[in-house]
Design a protein around this ligand. Structure first.
Ligand code: GLN
Length: 482
């Protein structure tokens, strides 16, 4: 596998006929069989579908018919995305037998481009979480240390890429779910601008925040996956019709802004990799200056009000009347709904639905939510103001490295504080990238870059510069043999 790591190497091997798409697919399926019993990063492994897709990729390659960068490349989709006739559970008992009638737009686009989907990755139930412990299908383990979490909610995505089970994987990011697990597992991840990538067929958590994006070892590979996913979709009215991301443009050394406030919330151990990242940028001629984000510390509270309020309306549809499990003992329609929720949803999801329903309740007259929306506006304005003096904002991706599987499981508020660095850009709908920036006690750390709306090209250029100067993204975890 070593010589075939990443999309570039695999593309070259496919194009020169050193390997066929079917062989490449089998190689990865073997890796999954060998390593996934330790990681639990997949909910569904679709061998049959994968081999069929690989065969048709080989035919395309043979005829030189619409060959694109991802044609014949193995990928995996987070189980939040609809895949036709394929189990799509969102890691919930509520959807444990659900097979959609159509593909999510990104699933269809990647399949049309010839990518070979090997299966669906594990995640926190309904994408609510930062640990991947809340999955109905069990926790995912961090390939760098099997006693630790991979992060969440896209924990399966990040663990699978880090362990070389797939070179590319999709994820969804509402408040950090691509970036935080990517950082915990030592890989790269991108949350695109809100509206850059279609949400059609992505099971919603909080629609005003949800965004789909790519995960890969390198920034170059993120760009390759992004262009295959992005773009206007008539089935999602919030998508933009802007030109495709220019993944080759080099923007040169930028001016980076470091928000002083972030540093105070970060574990001391992480100062060193973050400081070294700043030096790596400086060595390449980047300029660095301090910026202020005055409302940073109230962003997480606002995020959890908005996200849970939206979730409580969204998840009301899973009442068991039309599909899925349904409570058998109840007293009237309303009681049947609440019983079904009580029985088929996990504790964290229930906690959030209750919090969201409370935020929306008449008793509060929407007061809490209005306050939260005001904070969202202030956080957005802080960031947009910063972009008047700097090109990009740079922060650590997470306040800590991957924690133990058992840690802070009983303290939701401590868990929520994990999202402190990823939530502000999500509230503002801004694109953000995480790249590996070192290790602390054998565990990966990530550095985050935030750009102006629709400036993914600038983010990718800066990320590539960083990965030319550093080699953290090339480190690979050694797993014991299963
Ligand atoms: N950890 C955050 C939450 O639990 C973010 C999740 C996400 O981005 N889907 O809400």
């Amino acid at each position: 596998m070593t010589e075939l790591r990443g999309v570039r190497a695999q593309r070259d091997a496919l194009d020169s006929r050193e390997i066929s798409a079917v062989e490449l697919c089998e190689l990865h399926l073997n890796e999954i069989r060998r390593k996934d019993p330790l990681l639990n990063s997949f909910i569904t492994i679709d061998e049959e579908g994968a081999l069929q897709a690989a065969k048709s990729a080989d035919q395309r390659l043979g005829r030189q018919d619409r060959v694109q960068e991802v044609t014949g490349i193995p990928i995996a989709h987070k189980d939040v995305f609809y895949m036709r006739d394929t189990l799509t559970t969102c890691a919930s008992g509520m959807l444990q037998e659900f097979k959609p009638l159509h593909d999510a737009t990104i699933v269809a686009r990647l399949a049309d481009a010839g990518a070979v989907c090997l299966g669906k990755t594990n995640m926190d139930e309904f994408a609510m979480g930062s640990s991947n412990r809340t999955s109905f299908f069990g926790a995912v383990r961090n390939p760098w240390d099997l006693s630790r979490v991979p992060g969440g909610s896209s924990g399966g995505m990040a663990a699978a890429v880090a362990a070389d089970l797939v070179p590319l994987a999709s994820g969804s990011d509402t408040g950090g779910s691509i970036r935080q697990p990517a950082a915990f597992c030592g890989v790269s991840g991108l949350r695109p601008t809100y509206g850059r990538v279609s949400r059609h067929g992505m099971i919603p958590y909080a629609p005003s925040l949800d965004q789909a994006g790519p995960c890969a070892r390198t920034v170059e590979d993120l760009g390759i996956m992004l262009v295959a996913m992005e773009g206007y979709d008539p089935k999602d009215s919030t998508t933009s019709d802007r030109a495709a991301t220019d993944t080759r443009k080099s923007w040169g050394p930028r001016t980076l802004g470091v928000p002083a406030a972030f540093m105070q919330q970060m574990e001391e151990d992480l100062w060193s990799p973050f400081g070294k990242s700043i030096h790596a940028f400086r060595r390449q001629g980047y300029r660095v200056q301090r910026i202020e984000l005055p409302h940073f510390d109230i962003a997480v509270a606002a995020y959890y009000l908005i996200a849970t309020a939206e979730a409580s309306t969204n998840l009301a549809r899973y009442h068991g009347l039309r599909s899925g499990p349904r409570a058998t003992e109840f007293n009237g329609v309303s009681h049947s709904h609440s019983q079904t929720h009580s029985e088929a949803l996990g504790t964290e999801v229930k906690r959030r639905l209750l919090a969201g329903t409370y935020a929306l309740s008449e008793r509060n007259g929407g007061r809490l939510l209005v306050q939260a929306q005001k904070i969202r506006r202030l956080v957005t304005e802080d960031l947009l103001k910063a972009f008047k003096s700097v090109d990009l904002v740079v922060t650590p991706t997470t306040p800590t490295t991957a924690f133990e599987l058992e840690e802070s499981a009983d303290s939701p508020v401590r868990m929520y504080s994990n999202d402190a660095f990823t939530v502000p850009s999500a509230l503002a709908g801004l694109p953000a990238l995480t790249v590996p920036c070192g290790f602390v006690g054998g565990l990966p750390a990530g550095v985050q870059l935030i750009a102006k709306h629709f400036h993914e090209s600038e983010l990718l250029s800066t990320g590539r510069d960083f990965q030319r100067e550093t080699d953290w993204h090339l480190s690979v975890p050694q797993l014991p043999t299963a």
